[in-house]
Design a protein. Structure first.
Lengths: 576, 576
């Protein structure tokens, strides 16, 4: 027998570490502990299990060749010993022993280790809202909870649901409830937008609008204050800062926090919020103890600051690095850029790096190149519009982040993933302008939207392009701010522009793009034009032309009316 | 008036240069010349116009907002003067004058320039085959040719077609003919595989098999020797090295070569094959003359050698760099990695960087990590298998290329594009193992197939994994090579494995993956096992286990039977 490796936690990082270590170290004794009975499952699949896309929870714990990953599987196929329902209660670093307790019988025992791996994961945040102990208020933290939620749905016990939290899991759960089960679902988000700090407001508001179009109510800037229940102790209502909502089911999706207590109690360094501190080899402050997955703190490769990134994909890659180092292969995990993607009904939204809002709050003088373009050749029948927002630092030209929204499919992921590795490698706007993406009409355009978003960021950073903030344009249109010298110059086809020019006569002037040069004298004088087309491209060209003939101060509406249309504004004219 | 910029060629790089230069240099006089009357079109869309996916050729020459890009458009919308049917016949560098000729009238004239841009593109290779002057033998080199081909198809004049050349354009044209028009189509390829030097043989052979399943005949290792015609001078037959094929239409898709004559005759440096030599700022050896697009030579960023990359996407990015430099913005085009993607009926195939075969011929000690995995969570209903082949240098660990095949959609492009920027930046296998790709079950897996292909390359480069070459395995199965000590160890589920073990009794032994550890003594002795599963993953695990118990010399079949099945092998058992 070789060294004994004990791993605490058998969901993602733990099993990954165990199996890779077994392959690299045939002589090692490898023991995996978990306090639960269900192990090694794809937690990110829970919303799709609840929705019914995945009929059986066993599929979340099975291999691609349809074997359930249980104790027998780990023993016979992987050569790894798993002890389920075994809770690690303390680590004695001096004696190199983990104290354990049988969850069923309460029997205590201990197990010696040569090397220890902590993969204890995260726990959901429970907001301190009165009534939170009522029945039918769930977090989405384990397969057991997911099974319980689906059971209630299947029994028809849920007519109305409230989801607390407009992050990725909250939105995925809302779709799961509304789409297949027809549950009347409401999302409550404390911040002014969904997906806060992940995408910027225009993209978030497009997601919100799409949720609404699919029957999900969304209330931002709103917090749950109290849960009310019936005589049987079941939740019946959510009282928010603005209203009361009936609810047979409440999903609390308010983020997660690391399970670092075991490490902290053993005297290992943890962050102020409890995440275990590790070096790039995933060693804790005790070199014989490693940690990986949702319980650790990592580095953000854009901000250079410590970060918390509880993602299943990171957990797996971290587990591989732990196993390598256990086996003496010098392997490192450098940090994260926060790559993210999700399905929302018929669209998908994704991001990598940081948003414009985050970039500015981190002190970057950042610009955001907003590109709207067909995801493939505009003449190819399956094309659909995509929206990308590329965030870059003005002085260094470094690209800091990319976010986007597009039709459900893999097209958006193609752009997000292309950016992820580049951003981690500190690439510049010019690197993105020149990035050589594969081109054929069924897949992309000769100048891909990702290149275009970089070109726009270049034009902004160089001061060649000037934009109006979408928020300011909306406020002006809605009469919330006064700008007497502002006027829209609508460059679209007359058929598109006329209904607007009529409805907003006096503030909205229509002259098609290809008539501006020949009919320049038709333009109203003394106005500061907001240049509008469908995507922003024609507007930018006309901005440069107007500058060249001395009509200064014009501003491009980034993304054009293709963005505004998807925000669900109230003032959009009725078009026959 | 500012400087006068004359641009020769108005298809891709030329118009791109003109429009960007106009935006950057409002005072410049910009004149675009083209010998054709149809300009600024998406040449890569031609196969989809021929197929009927794109009904009207005008769509290939229109903007996304449906305006045809003709002379009026360039004048009124873009502020650029275009002279069509104007052939540039010579460049007088001393006088800074381009000599031109009106294609219609033959009238000669000249036009002075301050800065000149050559964007003369490429011309198709015409193979020196007797009979090549017959009617209905076409290249796919211009919109006029495409219109003529489609006209013949629409009139029902084409029952059988032969495509000479199994590169991307040949395959796209074959699909266009066979799929919508029902033409009996044959591809002839001189090399031993389709897509030669772009992908390696296993991937190419999967493409061939898919073409055959969709009714297209493919003959590799075969050359056209002669074209035979009827009394009206129309082609009727293609005589190859192996057979005679009836044909009402022949498409010659044997690559293109640069149109560099104008540059060469003006004394500018051109490559041995006629491509214009430029620096990274796209300047020719005359600093007042730039060149871009299919007529130039560029650098391959993997091999470090001069390369020819006639791609519409590069042409556009090069044009942007030319315009920047004309306007005094120091901008560079560093070179290419050769990113490529194409649709083939229901699948897509793509690549970036170099193939294993090319890598080895360039002197790299290269390994190829062959990964086969679900393109998204294996429990997600829309999942499909994807095949990736990651090529890396064993000693430096640098990733040299990535190629793959998958279900038609954007999933493969997501992986190819993610790799493109990384490969251009000389990233290592470890960089790819750790690449942070966005994960959610509807899009990908927690450990994405791209990470997995790098992990496999790592295992190969480290000597932990040993493989049998797919070609050798096939030769052995087909009795072409003798290997008395070889035996298949089939690790799949007994239901899958039994028909093979029965049919190939004596050389094919079945023992499921999770029974090898407990039932090790059942294995036949003295054999060199070829380890087989569906993807290669289980095989690798068992290889390490067998090594650890002293059963040495086993070899993993890369990609497992999922690859073999897609090669259309004759020996596949009938499974009831």
């Amino acid at each position: 027998m070789g060294v004994r490796i004990v791993i605490i936690g058998a969901v993602a990082a733990g099993p990954k570490t165990a199996c890779r270590a077994r392959r690299l170290m045939p002589d090692a004794e490898i023991i995996l502990l978990d306090k639960d009975d269900l192990i090694s499952y794809g937690g990110c699949g829970i919303p799709y299990y609840v929705s019914g896309d995945i009929p059986d929870e066993k599929e979340l714990r099975s291999t691609s060749y349809h074997i359930v990953r249980d104790e027998d599987f780990f023993k016979n196929a992987k050569g790894v010993e798993v002890r389920t329902l075994t809770k690690a209660t303390a680590i004695d670093r001096k004696e190199k022993v983990v104290h354990i307790e049988d969850v069923g019988t309460g029997k205590k025992d201990s197990i010696a280790y040569d090397k220890l791996v902590i993969a204890t994961g995260s726990r959901p945040n429970i907001l301190p809202i009165p009534g939170r102990e009522l029945e039918r208020i769930f977090t989405v933290s384990s397969l057991h909870k997911a099974i319980a939620i689906k059971e209630k749905l299947a029994k028809g016990e849920v007519g109305k649901a409230v989801v607390i939290g407009g992050g990725a899991i909250g939105i995925e759960m809302a779709e799961a409830l509304a789409d297949l089960w027809g549950v009347e679902t409401t999302i409550i988000e404390f911040m002014p937008q969904v997906l806060p700090r992940i995408v910027d407001k225009p993209i978030a508001d497009m997601v919100t609008q799409h949720l609404k179009e699919n029957g999900v109510s969304v209330y931002t800037n709103e917090a749950a204050k109290e849960f009310l229940g019936d005589s049987q102790g079941r939740v019946t209502k959510v009282v928010t800062t603005n209203r009361e909502l009936e609810a047979d089911l409440v999903i609390m999706a308010a983020g997660v926090r690391p399970r670092g207590e075991l490490a902290k109690d053993a005297g290992l360094e943890v962050s102020p919020y409890g995440a275990i501190v590790v070096n790039q080899r995933m060693q804790t402050t005790d070199p014989d103890i490693y940690a990986a997955g949702d319980c650790i703190e990592t580095l953000h490769l854009v901000t250079g600051k410590k970060a918390y990134a509880p993602l299943g994909s990171c957990a797996n890659r971290e587990g591989r690095v732990v196993a390598d180092n256990l086996a003496g292969i010098p392997s490192t995990f450098e940090g994260v850029v926060g790559s993210f993607i999700m399905k929302v009904f018929d669209i998908c939204v994704g991001a990598t790096g940081i948003s414009l809002e985050v970039a500015r709050s981190e002190g970057f003088e950042a610009v955001g190149g907003f590109a709207v373009q067909s995801d493939r050749a505009h003449f190819f029948p399956t094309q659909a519009l995509m929206f990308l927002h590329l965030v870059a630092d003005k002085s260094t030209r470094r690209v800091l982040g990319l976010q986007g929204i597009g039709k459900m499919g893999d097209g958006l992921m193609a752009r997000i993933n292309s950016a992820a590795g580049m951003i981690a490698r500190k690439s510049s706007i010019a690197d993105f302008s020149n990035l050589e993406l594969a081109y054929a009409p069924p897949f992309s355009t000769a100048v891909d939207i990702l290149n275009v978003s970089a070109n726009i960021a270049d034009n902004l950073a160089s001061g060649r392009m000037r934009i109006v903030e979408i928020e300011d344009f909306l406020a002006w249109m809605e009469g919330k701010i006064e700008k007497p010298d502002w006027m829209v110059l609508d460059l679209r086809h007359p058929k598109e522009a006329e209904p607007f020019a009529e409805k907003f006569s006096g503030k909205w002037f229509a002259l098609p793009y290809n008539r501006v040069r020949p009919e320049l004298d038709k333009l109203p004088k003394g106005k500061k034009f907001i240049l509008i087309c469908n995507a922003g491209t024609r507007s930018y060209e006309i901005q440069l032309f107007l500058d060249s003939v001395g009509i200064e101060g014009s501003m491009v509406l980034p993304g054009g009316l293709n963005v505004i249309r998807r925000l669900g504004v109230s003032w959009w004219p009725e078009i026959g």
